[in-house]
Design a protein around this ligand. Structure first.
Ligand SMILES: Nc1ncnc2c1ncn2[C@@H]1O[C@H](COP(=O)(O)OP(=O)(O)OP(=O)(O)O)[C@@H](O)[C@H]1O
Ligand SMILES: [Mg+2]
Length: 476
């Protein structure tokens, strides 16, 4: 017999939940407010609490904090109709077991509760951690209500309270840096420095000295000593962006810092000890780089302690309308004017586009449309032509799946031809599949793929850019 406590200030919600959970295996109790719940809990001793976030009196988060303080092992699931990043992250930081958006599907919620009750039984045998009881009102600016983004928010909350290394992966423009900053702002290191290093933007020879510093005379041009980023942000957080682009020597040094917290400056022999939390990001498929021996396997596992996989925008189209509104408001604020409005049909068009550049591309499109719009409303004609005009390119996921499958089948045939007749002229949608096939066939080796297709590597790269292909491969 498991005990479940339902907390909601609306009677009809309590009633419908009671009906969902009415079963001989579950003993139910309900409370109409946080205050009432706090009184019931010591008597009823529930295994699981299901609670609304917005309630009169003390709200769900505050109640959660109080419940957890007195009963660290009690599992609490929060539910709300208003999903904001902030609440989801806060809830997970406060140790909520899960976070649900209303309205919910009775079948799903039953399943979730059954799992949670099982976890509650398991919990009785394990020691739980004490969550960090602190709230932060930092405006994160991460927008999203879709299921995959809710998962991301939950992970941010969980990762933030630990010191574990986190690896954030996802296509370009999906918000990896934003997420890294969110983890930092919610971590106990938030008052200490945060430094971001873009490993791809710094020439290979300089990256090592950028990260670890160098001694005077370490190499030609090293006229003085230099303190690297790891030393500069001792006790803080370092964000290693584009981690896939490091030389083997740098990889080895990073691995050592992660394992022992020590390194030497370039040209130095004095080990330096630091305490730095590492958050890494990449838009490259690191697993493939490991398989291809360009990336150290041991370093990969060391970085991959917690993995946050950010979904591409095309897999969360329900977030597009929200993001558009968010950007319009943001732009309005920057111009100190009321935000422009946008026609529903324009939003529909935006939802159909495949967004190879993800949220960054969406933001740029909205900024451009904002400039182009003559009146107070954004119209289709204000959108960039590739978004407003062209039919969406077939992508192998989502609505165009059937068309894409056909294209893929055809491409495979064409691919056989292309081997024999490298100068073949092919329409773009098929050409895209063709390039994908060639890359797959050669394990993402661009030199080999270009050769197969009978084009130069530069042309292949242009195609990859144009069709947003590399990104698509990387999510698979
Ligand atoms: N969920 C989101 N809500 C609001 N803004 C977002 C969101 N995701 C991304 N953005 C915005 O989109 C832009 C790109 O985000 P960011 O730089 O974090 O992406 P990235 O994944 O690091 O990209 P890259 O791989 O190209 O470095 C930024 O201006 C960021 O503020
Ligand atoms: Mg980035």
């Amino acid at each position: 017999m498991s005990k479940l406590l339902l907390i909601d200030d609306q009677e009809d919600v309590r009633y419908s939940l009671q009906r969902i959970f009415d079963s001989p295996d579950v003993e139910l109790a309900s409370a109409a407010s946080g205050e009432e719940a706090l009184k019931i809990i010591p008597r009823f001793k529930p295994d699981l609490v299901l609670m609304d976030v917005r309630m009169g009196g003390i709200n769900g988060l505050e109640t959660l904090r109080k419940i957890r303080a007195g009963n660290p092992r009690l599992l609490v699931i929060l539910m709300t109709a208003y999903g904001t990043t902030q609440t989801a992250i806060e809830a997970m930081k406060l140790g909520a077991y899960d976070y649900l958006l209303k309205p919910f599907d009775p079948v799903k919620i039953k399943e979730l509760i059954a799992n949670a009750l099982k976890a509650a039984r398991d919990m009785k045998q394990v020691v739980s951690y004490q969550p960090l009881l602190q709230s932060e009102d930092y405006e994160l600016g991460i927008v999203g209500r879709s299921e995959p983004m809710q998962q991301v928010f939950k992970l941010i909350g969980q990762v933030a309270i630990s010191d574990a290394t986190a690896l954030i992966t996802g296509e370009s423009g999906t918000g990896k840096e934003l997420i890294a900053r969110a983890i930092y702002h919610h971590s106990h290191r938030s008052a200490l420095p945060f430094l971001a290093v873009n490993c791809a933007a710094i020439p290979e020879q300089l990256l090592e000295s950028e990260l670890f510093g160098h001694e005077r005379g370490a190499f030609t041009g090293a006229t003085g000593q230099r303190i690297g980023k790891f030393e500069q942000c001792n006790r803080g957080t370092i964000f290693l962006d584009e981690i896939g682009d490091m030389t083997p020597a740098t990889q080895t040094k990073i691995l050592r810092v992660l394992q022992s917290g020590t390194f030497e400056r370039v040209g130095g022999n004095q080990p330096i000890q630091v305490d730095v939390r590492v958050i890494a990001a990449t838009n490259k498929p690191l697993e493939q780089a490991v398989a291809g021996k360009q990336f150290r396997e041991d370093l990969f596992y060391r970085l991959n302690v917690v993995r946050i996989q950010v979904p591409p925008l095309r897999d969360r189209i329900e977030d597009i309308a929200l993001l558009v509104n968010y950007f319009l408001e943001k732009i309005g604020r920057e111009h100190q004017r009321a935000p422009k409005s946008i026609a529903a049909s324009v939003v529909k068009t935006l939802e159909k586009y495949h967004w190879p550049g993800n949220v960054r591309e969406l933001e740029n499109a909205i900024r451009r449309a904002h400039v182009m719009a003559k009146g107070d409303a954004i119209l289709i004609s204000d959108l960039p032509p590739e978004i407003s005009g062209a039919a969406p390119l077939p992508s192998s996921a989502g609505a165009g799946a059937a068309a894409a499958d056909d294209a893929a089948a055809l491409a495979r045939q064409l691919f056989q031809w292309a081997r024999r007749e490298p100068k073949l002229k092919i329409i773009p949608a098929v050409e895209r599949e063709l390039v994908i096939q060639a890359l797959k066939e050669t394990n993402d080796n661009q030199v080999a793929a270009a050769k197969l297709l009978g084009i130069t590597r530069a042309t292949l790269r242009k195609r990859i850019e144009k069709f947003g292909i590399h990104r698509e491969l990387s999510v698979k």
